[in-house]
Design a protein around this ligand. Structure first.
Ligand code: MG
Length: 336
């Protein structure tokens, strides 16, 4: 097994602003694993607020011994091995895990979605995310929607209602709302939940601070719209803690340390009766296809990475009727 990697600066089409941060590009580590003439491709997207960087990824990769990855792969043992190298570092672990899943599919000559037990007919529509911006830019961004059937809006500031009104002036599409921990007052949050319900909002992500369990649980008990934990839910042990605090969880490969971890989280959430959303960071087609392979097992998808970036090094995957299309190619189906 040979593992190689290449740093890549993934450029965003627009400066991206959420409740607490703003940025124009994302450092991405592109990963390759080669075995028996086949190559698996992976990607670690390291959004700055998660604490990983080219430096931390390079340091981690220097400690990885690719001889540990014996085919047929035991993904449980692989993630245990990666966790034994260092705690944290979920994105670079995800990059390795994704590359090994792509390689696994190619060696088995099966699509990853099939190996993971997904039904492509159950693919949920993916949302198209609009960051916080001026009314003019927001209207422009809505017009750039690549035929998504749901718009995701970043809220979490005093101007939340104005922003929704601006969106509603140009589209009637259903909305996801992401407050990114930006709301603080309980009663105001509940009031806006009811108002957002009337505005055609389908779900609200992480309304309050991830550490404020009581406030999130209070709102979940009363909200007419599903409340989804995102920042509060990183890896498998967090799923059980989300029960009673949120209606559902937002799984992302860059938090779960990859596809194996994400699949375990999906199974656990279903067992606990939690709703499931699968989301992304700023990602190329590679990590998007990896998440899409699991998306049919989730209720909602927010996999718009390739629409929001301008220098995707891979071909755009097929997108039809607001959904990613899972093909029959072996592995993830990444096209060059
Ligand atoms: Mg979110």
């Amino acid at each position: 097994m040979i593992l190689t990697y290449q740093p890549f600066e993934l450029l965003l089409k627009h400066t991206f602003t959420i409740a607490k941060f703003s940025r124009t590009s994302t450092p991405v580590m592109l990963i390759k694993v080669e075995h028996e003439g086949q190559t698996g491709f992976g990607e670690a997207s390291m959004v700055p607020y998660m604490g990983e960087s080219f430096q931390t990824a390079t340091d981690f990769l220097a400690k990885v011994d690719a001889r540990q990855f014996q085919y047929p792969f035991d993904f449980e043992a692989i993630i245990s091995y990666l966790d034994s190298i260092a705690p944290g570092n979920p994105a670079i672990k995800a990059g390795i895990d994704i590359a090994l899943h792509d390689l696994d599919g190619k060696l088995q000559q099966k699509p990853c979605w099939q190996i993971l037990g997904s039904d492509p007919a159950k693919m949920p529509e993916t949302s198209f995310t609009i960051g916080i911006d001026t009314a003019e830019v927001i209207i422009q961004k809505v017009k750039e929607n690549p035929d998504c059937k749901i718009i995701k809006v970043k809220l979490g500031r005093d101007s939340d209602r104005e922003l929704i009104k601006t969106i509603r002036s140009v589209t009637n599409l259903p909305l996801f709302v992401d407050a990114n921990q930006g709301w603080t007052d309980l009663q105001q949050s509940l009031d806006i939940c009811h108002w957002l319900h009337e505005q055609g909002v389908l779900l609200i992500e992480q309304p309050m601070l991830k550490t404020d369990i009581d406030s999130n649980a209070w709102l979940t008990e009363r909200s007419p719209i599903p409340i989804i934990g995102d920042e509060a839910v990183q890896r498998l042990p967090d799923v059980a803690r989300a029960k009673g605090v949120y209606h559902g969880i937002n799984i992302k490969l860059m938090k779960s340390a990859g596809m194996y971890g994400a699949h375990q989280m999906i199974l656990k959430a279903k067992e606990l009766g939690l709703k499931l959303m699968i989301g992304c960071m700023s990602e190329t087609s590679c990590a998007t296809l990896a998440a899409a392979a699991l998306a049919p097992q989730c209720d909602w998808a927010d996999l718009d990475g390739p629409f929001l970036t301008s220098n995707n090094p891979y071909k755009m995957p097929e997108f039809r009727d607001g959904k990613w299309v899972l093909g029959n190619e072996a592995g993830l189906g990444i096209r060059h």
